[in-house]
Design a protein around this ligand. Structure first.
Ligand code: ZN
Length: 181
């Protein structure tokens, strides 16, 4: 951040009085520009024994498979965000949603939250951010072409839980991924 979004003057990065972290501070209008983690909300949509995946039409991870998910907007609940993203990316509606996984990704300042729920009817299609949308059996999941570690982890939990027929809420923090050697 270089300029104040309130008054347009340059900002400086410093620890405000009474605070413990460096913030972008405008010395002209005194605004402190706090930056906080973003929430990504999505759905693990099932249809019978199958799971709905979207192949991404946008960066990052263009061409890789993901659960429908995206950034929460102001004014909506996490569940509403998950439903909206599922409509936008997979043109799919889900019945009752159950909170399923919450994964902290602190190295990129994100929290990923996934719900699980059953597809309404058999209607789904690629939205503008997807190249294709497909239902996969567990045996056909493209494990090596998944877009994000949080998606992989949520799918791993789901298939393990399904064998037990018990779906507790999972939460975990992801360590930074190692650079590819
Ligand atoms: Zn300002």
């Amino acid at each position: 951040m270089n300029f104040c979004s309130h008054c347009g003057k340059p900002v400086t990065l410093r620890i405000p009085e009474g605070d413990s972290r460096a913030r972008y501070v405008c010395d002209h209008c005194q605004t402190i520009h706090y930056q906080n983690p973003n929430i990504v909300a999505g759905c693990l949509v099932t249809s019978g024994s199958k799971v709905l995946l979207c192949r991404r039409a946008i960066e990052p991870r263009l061409g890789y498979w993901t659960l429908p998910a995206g950034f929460m907007e102001n004014g909506e609940t996490v569940e509403q965000a998950a439903r909206r993203e599922t409509v936008e990316e997979a043109c799919a509606s889900v019945q009752q949603l159950y909170l399923y996984s919450m994964i902290d990704v602190p190295h990129i300042n994100q929290v990923h939250v996934f719900y699980r729920g059953e597809l309404v009817g058999e209607s789904y299609a690629a939205g503008v951010e997807s190249l294709e949308v497909r239902l996969f059996d567990e045996a056909d999941i493209p494990w090596n072409e998944l877009a994000f570690m949080t998606v992989r982890r949520t799918l791993e939990w789901f298939f393990a839980d399904r064998r037990e027929q018990l779906y507790p809420v999972h939460s975990q923090a992801l360590p930074p991924s190692r650079p590819v050697q």
